[in-house]
Design a binder for this molecule. Structure first.
Ligand code: DC
Length: 224
């Protein structure tokens, strides 16, 4: 029997810094794989949009999710051979992703795909339900959060860097609304796993968060 592949799950709301932290943790552990599960929902949303079937048909959306022609290459993502790296990062793509993510049929269709990402030497999986649903036996489960105000500040800064002006209060309001929707949906709601290490990153630097997780991972990993 082969050894089980160690998995670290990092769940939390958007703006908590999960993406950056997860890829840095994967690197710090000596080149573990990194699963950006949100990208799969974003890709499904884009593919559903392009198929022109609308967002009212969960069966068809699940069919599309199950047969996505996706390739991850370095830092780029290709859908049906086309580079969609930027196209899946827009606000609109986020909204489409949240629509398909609320469909249990789509979540089921993406389950095996996500589990197959667990390959040696290990996997860091970033999302909303990695610890609760996709990898319930993970070696270490982290729930990374930050206050809505801090997440709005981070988002504001990101947009400003892209030359887009916005309003912090409005952003904080939108973030609270989205949190409420994510926490209250019936399919895989955004809640910490019972055995998760909860980290509030509001007053922490990325380096501090990464170090805390790497230390916890080293403690949890079998010696040797
Ligand atoms: O992390 P993100 O912003 O790229 O996620 C896009 C959308 O997909 C967001 O609405 C939450 C949803 N999502 C999810 O429901 N489950 C996951 N494991 C990852 C993302």
């Amino acid at each position: 029997m082969s050894e089980p592949v160690p998995v670290i799950t990092i769940d939390g709301p958007s703006g908590s810094g999960k993406g950056t932290v997860s890829s840095r943790v994967a690197e710090a552990l000596g080149g573990w794989h990194f699963l950006d599960s949100g990208a799969l929902y974003r890709l499904t949303g884009l593919a559903v949009e392009r198929a022109g079937i609308g967002f009212e048909d969960p069966q068809k959306a699940a069919e599309i999710a199950a047969h996505l022609d996706v390739r991850f290459d370095q830092d780029k993502v290709f859908l049906d051979g086309e580079d969609v790296t930027l196209a899946i990062r827009t606000e609109e793509a986020g909204n489409r992703a949240s629509k398909v993510a609320a469909m249990p049929e789509v979540r089921a269709a993406l389950l095996d795909w996500q589990r197959q990402a667990a390959r040696p030497p290990g996997l860091v999986a970033d999302g909303r339900d990695m610890g609760t649903t996709v990898f319930p036996d993970a070696l270490l489960k982290v729930f990374l959060t930050a206050s809505a105000e801090e997440r709005a500040r981070r988002r504001y800064k990101q947009l400003k860097e892209k030359g887009i002006s916005s309003n912090i209060e409005k952003l904080a309001g939108e973030i609270r609304e989205r949190d409420e929707r994510d926490r209250s949906r019936s399919a895989s709601p955004l809640v910490p796993a019972a055995d998760a290490l909860v980290i509030d990153s509001s007053d922490m630097t990325i380096d501090e968060v990464v170090e805390r997780i790497v230390q916890a991972a080293q403690k949890a990993l079998p010696a040797g």
